[in-house]
Ligand binder design. Structure first.
Ligand code: PMP
Ligand code: GLU
Length: 384
C-alpha cells in the first residue's frame, strides 16, 4: 500500500533519539542529553506574552498563505539590514517551520531524476526530502582536514548537466562549520551561470563563535537571482515547538512556491506568526543565548580533547560538536547506543549524516550536565 517514494524513506535519527532521550528522562533516568537539536532555553517571556495577546485579540484565523504582511515586512527589514540581501517583502514566505520551507522549495524545483548536490556530513532530512521529490542525490564528501567544508574544486567536479539544486547549510548541522566571504565567493563562482538553484539553509546564523561573522549566500554577487534562503525562529529564539520558519527568494520563484503552500499547509500558525513578529524585533536575547553556548562549547571541547578514543572538532557555529570515534573500534551506532545503555549519555550516531565513524554531540544542555557527560564518556571510552 505504501508508495514507492515513501517506502524509500529512512526515519529521522535526530527526532527518534531526541524523543527516546526525553522519554527516559521522564521515567526518572538521569540521562545526559547530548542529542538535543533544540536550544534548552525556554522561549522568552516577551514572545509568549505577545502570543497570548494575539489569541485574546482574535488572531486565530487563516492568514494569507505566504504569512501576515507585518511579519513578512519585518523579516524583509531584518534580511536587508543584517544579511545584506536585497529582498522585497513579496519575496518572503512564512512557513510551518524551516523544515517545511526546505521541502516546499525542493518540490517546487525538482523533477524526477534531477540531481541534488548535498555536501556531507549533512543534516538527516535533506536526502530524504530530495528522495520524496523523486530526485537523484549526489553526495559531495568533504574532509575533516578542510574543516568539513565544500570548496569550488569539489563542487565543480560534482556538477553535471542534470544538476538542479545545491544545498548549502552553514553554520552546519552537524559539523558546526561556517564559511568566510571568500569561501562563499568561490562557491558562487562555481555555480553561477550553471542554471542551478542554491538552497542556503542559514537557520543557525545567530550561533557563530570566535567573532566569526555570518554572511548570507544571497548577498554575494547576483546570487540572489538563483538562491532560496532558509531561516526561522526555532534556533534563534528557542521556538522549536511553535513551528515557524521562512524562505526568501527572487520574486519570480515566489508564485510557484506559494501554490505549494496554498495546497498543503494553507499558512503557518496565526498565533506563532504574531509571536514571531515580537521575536524578530529583538536583537538582544539571541546574543545572550549565543554567548552562553560559546562558553559551553569551550567547556565541552576542552573536556573531550583530553580523551584518547574520541576526537572532537571545534565548531565555529551551531550548538553541535562533531567527534571522530574511529579509534574506539566501534561503529557510530554501537558507540552511541552503548554509551546510552551503559552510561546514560545520549548522542546522535553520524551514519545518518553520511559520516560513519563520527558522532554528534549537542551542547544545548546545562554546564553541569556537560561536566557530568564528559566524565561518563571518559569512563566509557576507558573501558573500550
Ligand atoms: N535546517 C537545519 C540544518 C536544522 O538543523 C533544522 C532543525 N530542526 C531545520 C532546518 C528545521 O528547523 P525548524 O523546522 O524547526 O524551523
Ligand atoms: N534539526 C534538529 C537536529 O538535527 C532537530 C531535529 C530535526 O528536525 O532533525 O537534531
Amino acid at each position: 500500500m505504501i508508495s514507492s517514494r515513501v517506502a524509500l524513506l529512512s526515519s529521522s535519527s535526530t527526532l527518534k533519539i531526541t524523543a527516546l532521550t526525553k522519554k527516559l528522562k521522564k521515567e526518572g533516568k538521569d540521562v545526559v542529553n547530548f542529542a538535543a537539536g533544540e536550544p534548552d532555553f525556554d522561549t522568552p517571556a516577551f514572545i509568549k506574552e505577545k502570543a497570548k495577546l494575539a489569541i485574546d485579540q482574535g488572531s486565530t484565523k487563516y492568514t494569507p498563505s505566504a504569512g501576515t504582511n507585518e511579519l513578512r515586512e519585518a523579516i524583509c527589514r531584518k534580511l536587508k539590514e543584517e544579511n545584506n540581501i536585497l529582498c522585497e517583502a513579496s519575496g518572503i514566505i512564512v512557513t510551518s517551520g524551516a523544515k517545511y520551507a526546505i521541502f516546499a522549495a525542493m518540490i517546487t524545483f525538482l523533477n524526477k531524476g534531477d540531481e541534488v548536490l548535498i555536501p556531507s556530513p549533512f543534516w538527516v532530512s535533506y536526502p530524504e526530502m530530495a528522495k520524496l521529490c523523486g530526485a537523484k542525490i549526489k553526495i559531495i564528501k568533504t574532509k575533516a582536514k578542510d574543516g568539513f567544508k565544500l570548496n569550488a574544486d569539489l563542487l565543480s567536479r560534482a556538477i553535471s548537466k542534470k544538476t538542479k539544486l545545491l544545498i548549502l547549510n552553514y553554520p552546519s548541522n552537524p559539523t558546526g562549520a561556517t564559511y568566510s566571504e571568500e569561501e562563499l565567493k568561490a562557491i558562487y563562482n562555481a555555480v553561477k551561470d550553471k542554471n542551478i538553484v542554491v538552497l542556503s539553509d542559514e537557520i543557525y546564523e545567530i550561533l557563530t563563535y570566535d567573532g566569526a561573522k555570518h554572511i548570507s549566500f544571497a548577498s554575494i554577487g547576483d546570487a540572489h537571482k538563483f538562491t532560496v534562503t532558509i531561516n526561522g525562529f526555532s534556533k534563534s529564539f528557542s521556538m522549536t515547538g511553535w513551528r515557524l520558519g521562512y524562505l526568501e527568494t527572487a520574486p519570480n520563484f515566489i508564485e510557484a512556491i506559494s501554490k505549494v503552500i496554498d495546497h498543503t499547509t494553507s499558512c503557518a500558525s496565526s498565533v506563532s506568526q504574531a509571536a514571531g513578529l515580537a521575536a524578530i524585533e529583538d536583537k538582544k536575547w539571541p546574543q545572550t543565548m549565543r554567548a552562553e553556548f560559546e562558553a559551553r562549547r569551550n567547556m565541552l571541547f576542552n573536556g573531550l580533547s583530553r580523551l584518547k578514543k574520541i576526537k572532537p572538532f571545534k565548531p565555529s557555529g551551531t550548538f553541535y560538536m562533531f567527534c571522530d570515534i574511529k579509534k574506539s573500534g566501534l561503529s557510530s551506532v554501537d558507540f552511541s547506543s552503548n554509551l546510552l545503555d551503559k552510561h546514560l549519555v545520549s548522542t546522535i550516531p553520524a551514519d545518518s549524516f553520511g559520516a560513519e565513524g563520527f558522532i554528534r554531540l549537542s551542547f544545548a544542555t546545562s554546564a553541569q550536565d556537560i561536566e557530568k557527560g564528559i566524565k561518563r564518556i571518559e569512563d566509557f571510552t576507558r573501558g573500550l
